[in-house]
Write a protein that binds this ligand. Structure first.
Ligand SMILES: *Cc1c(COP(=O)(O)O)cnc(C)c1O
Length: 379
């Protein structure tokens, strides 16, 4: 089965009870047993729910993985994965990381004796020198948020394998339509399904996909024990959204490409960060590990004052000023004061995240309308 067919059919079949073509919302917490232990595979919805099962199978299939797990949010998925570690273990991650992930690593898990090191993984240079006997996990986000650095997954995997370290890839920005980390050797893929997977800004959800059975058993155990599972209605919405993932992503990429090229030649714009531009520092890695370059882009203004930046953001009409990304509608954001406010300013600047950086989640509206909006906002 190819990708678009999987998006619509994988993990789903007409409902055996009624023939319903769409997987029903099994809004139930529990299931009747004929005799103690005599049931149809379902006992309690924290452990298994048919709507969630269909979604988990679908996301696993899209990521070319064997086992999928869904969670109440992307952060709940991340939190569950961190429970694979023990006090004394260490994590290496990128210095340009989703703010909520950075917060969980530093403000929550450091208290429990799990230390994180943040380095620039996109240069591919000093990873080996940061690895110690304590390193258990390398946490990769690519493209990174919001600087759109690209990390060479295969390169990271090669170094990790030599040291018996798990590689996790947060594939939220790329989606399985653009990039399949498990095929590149990663052990675990994690998603904020809130974004492109569900795709309509109407649900908060996380997902994890793995291939290795032992790892899957551990994650299933944690999913059931800690219990951060999504409800069946949200699973239905995500399943529905996934059916159009391929055509949405195609349009997101096309629109972002159009906008990135126009921004790159605009007099008021300093830098444009979109991995599809040949001038992007990691363009060739992106071209080799991704099928296209995605719908997320960031840019800075020549006038780096926060006030000027706020004025531009206020003038946007179609681009809604809001957190989040990956929905059909275009959004704009100011990472320094919004998504990345929990990262100290010195840390932010080290990653190049200036005050004038504007992040766009380019939606699937008509690209000419989007460009007009950006032009009038820039003034
Ligand atoms: C949004 C996001 C998360 C967190 O997911 P939630 O669903 O908001 O909990 C993690 N990683 C990335 C890259 C994100 O964009």
């Amino acid at each position: 089965m190819k990708f678009a067919t999987k998006a619509i059919h994988a993990g789903q079949h007409p409902d055996p009870a009624t023939g319903a073509v769409m997987t029903p919302i099994y809004q139930t917490s529990t299931y009747a047993q004929a005799a103690p232990g005599d049931h149809k595979g379902y006992e309690y919805s924290r452990t298994h729910n048919p709507t969630r099962d269909a979604l988990q199978r679908n996301i696993a299939a899209l990521e070319n993985g064997k086992f999928g797990f869904c969670f109440a949010s992307g952060m709940a998925a991340t939190d569950t994965l961190l429970r694979l570690l023990k006090p004394g273990d260490e994590i290496i991650s990128t210095n340009d990381l989703y703010g909520g992930t950075y917060r969980l690593f530093t403000k929550v898990y450091e208290h429990w004796g799990i230390k994180s090191n943040f380095i620039n993984l996109s240069t591919g240079q000093d990873l080996a020198s940061h690895i110690s006997a304590k390193t258990k996990l390398i946490w990769v986000e690519t493209p990174t948020n919001p600087m759109m650095q690209i990390i060479d997954i295969q390169k990271v995997v090669k170094i990790a394998r030599q040291n018996n370290i798990w590689v996790v890839v947060d594939n939220t920005f790329a989606t399985p339509y653009l990039q399949n980390p498990l095929d590149l050797g990663a052990d675990i893929v994690v998603h904020s399904a809130t974004k492109y997977l569900a795709g309509h800004s109407d649900v908060v959800m996380g997902a994890v996909v793995v291939n290795e059975e032992r790892l899957a058993e551990q994650i299933a155990f944690l999913q059931n024990s800690a219990g951060a599972v999504p409800g069946p209605q949200d699973c239905f919405l995500a399943l529905r959204g996934l059916k159009t993932l391929p055509i949405r992503m195609k349009q997101h990429c096309e629109n972002a490409s159009f906008i990135a090229q126009h921004l790159a030649s605009h007099a008021k714009v300093d830098q444009v960060y979109w991995p599809g531009l040949p001038t992007h520092a990691n363009h060739s890695v992106a071209a080799s590990q991704m099928n296209d370059f995605g719908g997320m882009l960031s840019f800075t203004l020549k006038d780096d004052q926060i006030q000027t930046t706020f004025e531009v953001l206020k003038r946007f009409k179609y681009f809604i000023l809001a957190e989040s990304l990956g929905g059909v509608e275009s959004l704009c954001g100011h990472p320094a004061s919004m998504t990345h406010a929990s990262i100290p300013k010195q840390e932010r600047l080290k990653a190049g995240l200036k005050d004038s950086l504007i992040r766009l989640s380019v939606g699937i509206e008509d690209k000419e309308d989007l460009l007009d909006d950006i032009m009038q906002a820039l003034g």
